[in-house]
Write a protein that binds this ligand. Structure first.
Ligand code: NAD
Length: 252
């Protein structure tokens, strides 16, 4: 087992990539704190992990709120007392049903702020709390979910791309800052992966994406969970501030 007795918090752990990482890490011996803004989703993943013989607990909170994150970490510390791995994974592809792929000229202030808050503010809030536990014990792993949108830019998804680009720079700067404390910070920048987030992509657009993806398909959540397991385990002891991008060749 690669994560025996490790305590792992996964934000947005109730769906898609977060769920898959939770199930994978639990199989490797970790105890999983499953955060999600949707109570049912978090609880369902906890139940799945427990049914498979693993250990998990739900922490319902909106991680784009500083106060909610502080409260969640207080509850989390009361339950587990320590953290070994934080995965900043919570995210949204669009800020409301109707506004996926909006030209920037039509993006409203509140949609811009919600996109940045959900991805970038949440990464800051959760990381800040985790560091308070990791720095004194001189160890920890932080894995941030970026995206190819943040490395290459996606037209008609400028707020999302800006948020993910911010997460990549956050990763690099923080990695330098805390490596001396024994904390390794890295980023995963997935390409297009089959999850509820990408389900609304139209068949036409799906075809266009696959046409420019050399491997000729979307990725599976397990492709990302495998990268996350690598970055969480001792296999990646020399990885500092890196952007690992499982993307089927979409960006080379
Ligand atoms: N699926 C892809 O193709 C893809 C590609 C690149 C990056 N990503 C990134 O990976 C991460 C996971 O995406 P996914 O595809 O699994 O999406 P998903 O929609 O399946 O899961 C995201 C989860 O985050 C939760 N969430 C949203 N806002 C939250 C908040 N404020 N507080 C707490 N939880 C919140 C949702 O409820 C949901 O359960 C996201 O950061 C996403 O941007 C996904």
């Amino acid at each position: 087992m690669k994560l025996k007795d490790k305590v792992v918090m996964i934000t947005g752990g109730g769906s898609g990539l977060g769920r898959e990482m939770g199930l994978t890490f639990a199989r490797e011996g970790a105890t999983i704190a499953v955060n999600d803004i949707r109570p049912e989703s978090a609880q369902n993943v906890v139940t799945e992990i427990e049914r498979a013989g693993g250990k998990a607990r739900a922490f319902v909170a909106d991680v784009s709120s500083s106060a909610a994150v502080k409260k969640m970490f207080a509850d989390f510390i009361a339950a587990f007392g320590t953290i070994d791995v934080l995965i900043n994974n919570a995210g949204i592809g669009r800020t409301r049903e109707s506004n996926e792929f909006t030209g920037l000229q039509d993006v409203a202030d509140e949609d811009w702020h919600k996109m940045l808050a959900t991805h970038l503010d949440s990464t800051f809030y959760c990381t800040r709390e985790a560091l308070k536990l990791m720095i004194p014990k001189k160890s920890g792993r932080i894995i941030n979910l970026g995206s190819i949108a943040g490395t290459t830019g996606l037209g008609f998804a400028v707020p999302y791309s800006a948020a993910k680009g911010g997460i990549i720079s956050f990763t690099k700067a923080l990695a330098k800052e805390v490596v001396g404390h024994g904390i390794l910070v890295n980023c995963i920048a997935p390409g297009f992966i089959e999850t509820p987030m990408t389900a609304p992509i139209t068949p036409e657009m799906r075809k266009q994406v696959i046409a420019v993806t050399p491997i000729g398909r979307f990725g599976e959540p397990r492709d990302i969970a495998a990268a996350a397991l690598f970055l969480a385990s001792d296999d990646s002891n020399f990885m500092v501030g890196q952007v690992v991008s499982p993307n089927g060749g979409y960006v080379i």
